[in-house]
Design a protein around this ligand. Structure first.
Ligand SMILES: *[C@@H]1O[C@H](CO)[C@@H](O)[C@H](O)[C@H]1NC(C)=O
Ligand SMILES: *[C@@H]1O[C@H](CO)[C@@H](O)[C@H](O)[C@H]1NC(C)=O
Ligand SMILES: *[C@@H]1O[C@H](CO)[C@@H](O)[C@H](O)[C@H]1NC(C)=O
Ligand SMILES: *[C@@H]1O[C@H](CO)[C@@H](O)[C@H](O)[C@H]1NC(C)=O
Length: 335
C-alpha cells in the first residue's frame, strides 16, 4: 500500500504543474501536549519513563477549534539503544496518545516530535555523536508506522543548538532522503539552529535549509520548524512577556517569500498567566494568522502532562476551565 502510494506520488510529481503539488493548505493552530519527553534536557540526556499526556485534553481543545497537536517524545524511550529497533511497548503507549489526538476531530494534524536537541546523551548527531544513519533509523521505522497518514507531520528534531550548521543541514538532508526511501509522503518539519530560533533562521540555518531537496520532487512538503518565545531572553522560562515578535516574524516571512515562497510552522511559543502575555501573545498569534500561508500556523507550549502551576502551562484546570492565557490569547486565533 505504501509502495503504491509512493509510485502514485511520483507520477503526480511528474505531471503536476510547478507549485500545484501541495503547499500546506490548511491553517493550523493548537498546542504542544508534553509528557513523553519528560525529561530530556538540552544536552540530549534523558532520565525517567515519560508521562502520558491526558487524552481528555484532545477532545477539550478540538472542541474549541484546535487542529494541531505537537506530541514530543524522548529518543531514548522510542529506541532504548541508539540506532536500534523501536520499543514496541513504548510505541504502543505513544501511539495511543497520537490516535487520541487524531480521533478528537477529523481535521486534526499531529506533529510527531523527536525532542532531543540534535543530541543523544550529550553527543551531537552527525558531529561525533549519533551517525546520520542512526538518526535516520528512528525515522525510517516511524515511516513504517505513520508513512501513509497525511495527518501526521514528522518533526524530525526539536531545537538543535550549538552545532556546525552546514553539517547539521547535511544530517537533515540524509533523513529526508531516508524517510522517502522508506515510502513516506508525510510533510516534514525541518529545524534550524539556536534552538530552532525564528529570529536567527533567516541568517543562520535558513540559507542552507532552503537548498534541502525532496526526492518526492519540489519542496512543498518540506516545512520549516521555528520557535519563538516572548520573554526578555527568548527562553520561555519567565512568566512575563516583553514583545509581540512582529518584527522577527515579518523578517522571517520576507525570507520565506524571497526563497521560493516557502512555509514554516511556529511550533513553540507561549507565555505566563500574566497580563503582558495576554496582550503580546494575542498580538503575535494575530500576526501568525495574517501571515498564512507562509506561516502555516502555531502550537503553543504547553499542555499535556504539565501541571497548571508550570510557568508556561495552558493545561486546563481540573474543573475543566481554561487558563486565561488560553482564553484571551490563543483561542481567538485557532483556525
Ligand atoms: C519498553 O517500553 C516499556 C513500556 O514503556 C518499558 O516498560 C520497558 O522498560 C521498555 N524497554 C526498554 C528496554 O527500555
Ligand atoms: C562546519 O563544517 C564544515 C564541513 O565539515 C566545515 O567546512 C566548516 O569549517 C565547519 N564550520 C565551522 C565553523 O567549524
Ligand atoms: C506589535 O507591537 C508593535 C510595537 O509596539 C506594534 O506596532 C504592532 O502593531 C504590534 N503588532 C500587532 C499584530 O498587534
Ligand atoms: C476553575 O478553577 C480555577 C483554578 O482553581 C478557578 O480560577 C476558576 O474560577 C474555576 N472555575 C469554575 C467555573 O469553577
Amino acid at each position: 500500500m505504501r509502495f503504491a502510494l509512493a509510485i502514485l506520488a511520483a507520477v503526480t510529481v511528474a505531471i503536476a504543474p510547478q507549485g500545484a503539488r501541495g503547499q500546506f493548505s490548511t491553517r493550523l493552530g493548537g498546542v504542544n501536549t508534553a509528557g513523553w519527553d519528560f525529561s530530556v534536557d538540552t544536552s540530549g540526556d534523558f532520565s525517567g519513563t515519560g508521562d502520558a499526556p491526558p487524552v481528555s485534553q484532545y477532545t477539550h481543545f478540538s472542541g474549541e477549534g484546535a487542529n494541531l497537536y505537537r506530541i514530543p517524545f524522548a529518543w531514548q524511550l522510542m529506541t532504548p539503544t541508539l540506532g536500534g529497533t523501536i520499543n514496541s511497548s513504548f510505541f504502543e503507549e505513544y501511539d495511543t496518545t497520537v490516535q487520541a489526538a487524531l480521533s478528537s476531530n477529523s481535521d486534526v494534524y499531529v506533529i510527531v516530535d523527536l525532542h532531543n536537541y540534535a543530541r543523544w546523551n550529550g553527543d551531537i548527531v552527525g558531529q561525533g555523536g549519533p551517525t546520520n544513519a542512526q538518526f535516520a533509523s528512528i525515522w525510517t521505522q516511524l515511516a513504517d508506522e505513520y508513512g501513509s497518514n497525511d495527518r501526521i507531520i514528522f518533526g524530525i528534531m526539536n531545537e538543535p543548538h550549538d552545532l556546525n550548521v552546514t553539517e547539521w543541514v547535511a544530517s537533515v538532508q540524509y533523513v529526508v532522503n531516508a524517510v522517502r526511501s522508506a515510502g513516506s509522503t508525510n510533510y516534514l518539519l525541518l529545524p534550524g539552529s539556536t534552538y530552532s530560533s525564528a529570529q536567527t533562521f533567516p541568517t543562520e540555518a535558513g540559507p542552507y535549509l532552503v537548498d534541502v531537496t525532496d526526492p518526492l520532487g519540489g519542496t512543498d512538503k518540506l516545512l520549516f520548524d521555528v520557535h519563538k518565545y516572548l520573554d526578555s531572553d527568548n527562553s520561555g522560562t519567565h512568566s512575563t512577556c516583553v514583545t509581540n515578535n512582529t518584527e522577527v516574524l515579518e523578517t522571517l516571512v520576507s525570507f520565506l517569500q524571497e526563497n521560493g515562497n516557502r512555509q514554516a510552522i511556529l511550533s513553540e511559543t507561549g507565555g505566563g498567566e500574566t497580563s503582558s502575555c495576554y496582550t503580546y501573545l494575542a498580538e503575535e498569534l494575530a500576526y501568525v494568522q495574517s501571515a498564512y500561508p507562509n506561516l502555516v500556523g502555531f502550537s503553543v507550549w504547553a499542555a499535556g502532562a504539565f501541571d497548571t502551576s508550570y510557568v508556561l502551562s495552558v493545561t486546563p484546570y481540573s474543573n475543566g476551565t481554561d487558563e486565561t492565557l488560553w482564553t484571551e490569547a490563543v483561542r481567538p486565533y485557532l483556525p
